[in-house]
Design a protein around this ligand. Structure first.
Ligand code: DAH
Length: 330
């Protein structure tokens, strides 16, 4: 008995244990041979012999099952160990992307106006003549249409030349008070150092009851906005003309490169032109059926801001997707 128990206990693997199982419990195994003796022993001893043998078999079976479980657990451990990933192994350095400088500049602009509770509005890139021109006080054959080198489609629609049509769409769908910005892509037939056929603008519009919105409000908010963007700069408003605003102004900041002394970037004027603005022209309100309101609007080019902020000399580089340039803006 002890000899058989030791055989089981000493099995070192599941394979060895299987051999032992056949040897002890198999059809031609040790136990089978013992049971066979029953035939030959005297009847009066049979009962005791069988009882002892069955107890022996039960004890060995129990021991066998225990050993089997133990060896299975051990085998599983070894398998897990051999299949484990070594996370300390060398791997290639992974490269992370970064937001495009135009996107970064756009986000910075948007953040300012969102904090002042302006809504963000969008409009279609393919516009109709009414929203891009007509409703903005640019009737057919108006010479100011020439300023915006337009891509036309055969059906008379066009790629929007500015984000101002979103003013019109917002006034058509909402009612006063309106405080909105419209960031987005615009298109013009232009291509040189500082112009690409696709670029981005942010349009702004505030409309409320007549007398509630003034040029003074416009001056305050744009001055504050430009100092948020460019730091401690001087800001000046110059009389100008846009068909959709009256009076209109162009806004300059003191040159951020020479501090206003005069350099090549500011063409030795000490000033950099950064946006256009004005009080909304009554003809624009008439086109959308608004009465007894007042408002101001402004529009700016995101690429111009990005070029000034990051001192990019050639705008076309921004759209070539050269990773060496983009990596500098992480
Ligand atoms: N839409 C003008 C442009 O693309 C920019 C602009 C100027 C928008 C003055 C305005 C504004 O709303 O008041 O050149």
């Amino acid at each position: 008995m002890e000899r058989l128990e030791n055989k089981i206990k000493n099995a070192t693997s599941l394979e060895k244990l299987e051999e032992v199982r056949i040897e002890i419990f198999g059809k031609k195994g040790i136990l089978a041979a013992e049971f066979a003796k029953l035939k030959t022993i005297p009847n009066e001893q049979k009962k005791d012999f069988a009882k002892q043998l069955n107890e022996k078999k039960a004890a060995l079976t129990k021991l066998f099952e225990q050993k089997k479980k133990e060896l299975e657990a051990k085998a599983l451990q070894e398998q897990l160990k051999s299949e484990a990933l070594d996370l300390s192994l060398f791997s290639y350095e992974s490269k992370t992307g970064a937001l495009h400088p135009i996107t970064q500049t756009m986000n910075k602009i948007i953040d300012y106006f969102v904090a002042l509770n302006f809504s963000i509005e969008e409009g279609p890139l393919v516009e109709d003549d009414f929203h891009n021109f007509e409703a903005l006080n640019l009737p057919k054959n108006h010479p100011a249409r020439e300023m915006q080198a337009t891509f036309f489609f055969k059906d008379g629609n066009l790629l929007r030349t500015h984000t101002s049509p979103v003013q019109i769409r917002t006034m058509q769908k909402d009612s006063i008070p309106i405080r909105m910005i419209a960031p987005g892509a615009v298109f013009r037939r232009d291509f040189d150092l500082t112009h690409t056929p696709m670029f981005h603008q942010v349009e702004g519009l505030v409309v409320d009851k007549k007398g509630k919105v003034s040029f003074a409000n416009l001056k305050f908010i744009l001055t504050d906005f430009l100092r948020y963007m460019f730091g401690d700069v001087d800001v000046r408003f110059r009389p100008s003309f846009f068909p959709f605003t009256e009076p209109s102004a162009e806004v300059d900041i003191s040159c951020i490169f020479c501090g206003g002394k005069g350099c090549r970037v500011c063409s030795h004027t000490g000033w950099l032109e950064v946006l256009g603005c004005g009080e909304v022209d009554p003809n624009v309100f008439e086109a959308v059926g608004y009465e007894d309101v007042s408002g101001y609007a402004f529009g700016l080019g995101v690429e111009r801001f990005a070029m000034l902020l990051h001192q990019v000399p050639d705008l076309r580089n921004m759209f070539e997707g050269d990773i060496r340039l983009l990596e500098q803006f992480k």
